[in-house]
Design a protein around this ligand. Structure first.
Ligand SMILES: Cc1cc2nc3c(=O)[nH]c(=O)nc-3n(C[C@H](O)[C@H](O)[C@H](O)COP(=O)(O)O)c2cc1C
Length: 179
């Protein structure tokens, strides 16, 4: 039987994962979300499937990672979302989402989320050179205008000592606000 949001005991969070290097740390976000009593379902872009341990994350959430559309007639594998968090968000996905392109499950989910009226937060992971592209700036403006909540830019530049700054996974949960 298909589980609905009303049947799930906890509010259901969709975590949309894009193909950025930091996606390898996605389990940290899931741990933090589960500690805050979210039930989590992960939706990955097709390319993102190669960026993190899908078996481990599937075990952690207790649900398969979704990336492809279900077949017509198949039940919905996840309940409807109570909130959506895109982490990490790539240049590519932000621009396609803003333009209303829905050619992957991840993008279709994001395009639809606005109309569902649920809170949406984004942890972008976009290098400075890409972020300077006018299309990206226009995408941020458009999505912000739709009520999407963005964390501060994260370029992931290597700092002194060959280390990268921590990716602020928990910031995404803070942006979704108190439930
Ligand atoms: C190792 C690696 C790391 C990448 N990191 C990023 C990144 O941090 N941010 C970004 O926007 N793109 C990054 N890319 C490029 C994206 O993977 C590429 O634009 C892809 O089309 C994004 O697909 P998606 O938005 O459907 O996930 C990276 C690519 C590779 C191979």
């Amino acid at each position: 039987m298909t589980e609905t949001s009303a049947q799930a005991s906890k509010p259901f969070l969709y975590v949309v994962v894009c193909a950025a290097g930091v996606a390898s740390g996605i389990s940290k976000l899931i741990t933090a979300a589960e500690e805050r009593d979210w039930e989590v379902g992960v939706i990955a872009t097709p390319l993102a499937l190669g960026f993190f341990d899908t078996d481990a994350v599937g075990t952690q959430t207790g649900r398969p990672i979704r990336s492809a559309w279900r077949r017509p007639g198949d039940p919905r594998p996840f309940p409807a979302p109570d909130a959506v968090l895109v982490a990490p968000a790539t240049f590519n996905t932000v621009n396609k989402w803003s333009a209303g392109i829905a050619d992957t499950l991840a993008l279709g989910t994001l395009c639809e989320a606005h109309g569902l009226g649920v809170p949406i937060a984004v942890l972008p992971c976009v290098g400075d050179a890409l972020a300077a592209h006018p299309a990206y700036r226009a995408s941020l403006e458009r999505l912000r205008g739709m009520g999407v909540r963005f964390a501060d830019p994260y370029a992931g530049d290597v700092q002194q000592g060959d280390v990268r700054p921590e990716f602020g996974w928990e910031r995404g949960l803070e942006l979704l606000g108190a439930r």
